[in-house]
Design a protein around this ligand. Structure first.
Ligand code: FES
Ligand SMILES: [Fe+2]
Length: 375
């Protein structure tokens, strides 16, 4: 098939769930696989880079990136959001590296000036050269918003993101993340392969292990089940609760939820790497930023309904939510690190999946299909 997946390994990945296998160790440990993932996946697919509320006013901008591609997301004067390369078309300097509010962007190197939509406005001391080409600007990048999240796609021919999501909207729309705001954020450095984090994120089978005390009682592994679409590239792990949530009094379920929704927590992914949790009252966005095959940063953002945050000037709600999610993530870190070590062991191999790991199976189908495409 190719130099990192043998035909046997691919056949195992492609087998139906009840005969399904994990990816082979090399899919995690080899730098060449990540090089291929960049070309086949990250630079062609929709990647979430920010929340709309991070750009509340015209001129508000943010430096973001899709791995090695620095980008600017910026709110225009008409209220729309645009995305563009942050790399100056003169000699390659990043035009901005932070966030703020601006009337225009000025490259710090030779002060070429760009409007908020990326057009070149002026270039000092360039009057003795021939006219610059008309496409001399900050190259535009596709952008879409969904549920308050801003997605970009480096492929100008990519199909629209929202066309993939009608069935997902049925499942998660009522949780109303559009009307939530970031209540607090926490950063982690994760020196392991990005797929291990997503796989762990997308199964509740391990509640019987590292979360035996924290989660297994309320969200038993055996009750979890999966919705999703390999074709549309998303998966939802449903975790029905067996008892009223202990925090119900503090955090009432969102008003639009039906009985099932108000008694379950969801972990979801829009592939390749947009991961989030919906509880009946709040949400957590796991912002994954893969850097190399063996490293990524993770920022966990707690999201709460904006009404909940209005009177909360001290940020107490955010602190509380972050403490809860930090407790869970601390239990997950060893079961990311362990398999990362394990993937390097000479006697390790592909492993069989449980029916409770259906999301991993779905993710693997999507991944294998894209990675197998020849240039
Ligand atoms: S590199 Fe930007 S103006 Fe020269
Ligand atoms: Fe976990």
């Amino acid at each position: 098939m190719n130099d990192f997946l043998t035909d046997v390994e691919m056949a195992r990945i492609r087998a139906p769930l009840n005969e399904g296998w994990t990816l082979p160790p090399a899919a995690y440990t080899k730098a060449e696989v990540f090089q291929r993932e960049k070309r086949k996946i990250f630079y062609r697919e929709w990647v979430c880079v920010a929340r709309e509320e991070q750009l509340p006013e015209p001129g508000d901008y943010r430096a973001v990136a899709v791995i090695e591609q620095p980008l600017i997301v910026v709110r225009q004067k008409d209220g729309s959001i645009r995305a563009m390369s942050a790399i100056c078309p003169h000699r390659g300097m990043p035009v901005i590296e932070s966030h703020g509010r601006a009337q225009h962007f000025s490259c710090p190197y030779h002060l070429w000036k760009f409007s908020l939509d990326g057009a070149l406005v002026s270039a000092p001391l360039m009057d003795e050269v021939a006219e610059l080409p008309s496409d001399c600007r900050l190259p535009p990048v596709k952008v879409e918003t969904w549920q308050g999240f801003i997605f970009v796609n480096l492929d100008p021919n990519a199909a629209a993101l929202h066309e993939r999501l009608p069935a997902l909207n049925e499942l998660v729309g009522a949780y109303d993340m559009q009307d939530m705001r970031i209540a607090g954020s926490i950063d982690y450095n994760c020196p392991w392969n990005w797929k291990l984090l997503i796989e762990n994120f997308m199964e509740a089978y391990h509640h019987i292990g590292p979360h035996n005390v924290s989660l297994q009682g309320t969200y038993p592994a055996r009750r979890s089940y999966v919705s999703g679409s390999v074709e549309q590239g998303w998966s939802v792990l449903h975790m029905p609760s067996v008892e009223a949530h202990a925090e119900d009094d503090l955090l009432p379920p969102g008003p639009g939820l039906n009985t099932t929704q108000s008694k379950q927590t969801l972990a979801s992914v829009i592939l390749p790497g947009f991961c989030w949790i919906n509880t009946p009252a709040v949400a957590f966005w796991y912002e994954l930023k893969p850097a190399t095959h063996d490293n990524m940063t993770l920022t966990i953002h707690a999201l709460a309904p904006k009404e909940m945050l209005e009177g909360d000037t001290q940020g107490a709600a955010g602190q509380l939510l972050l403490e809860v999610i930090k407790g869970i993530h601390d239990e997950d870190i060893p079961v990311n690190q362990g398999p990362w070590q394990g993937m390097h062991a000479p006697l390790t191999s592909q492993g069989r999946l449980s029916h409770l790991e259906e999301s991993i199976w779905q993710i693997n189908q999507w991944w294998a299909e894209r990675m197998a495409i020849d240039e």
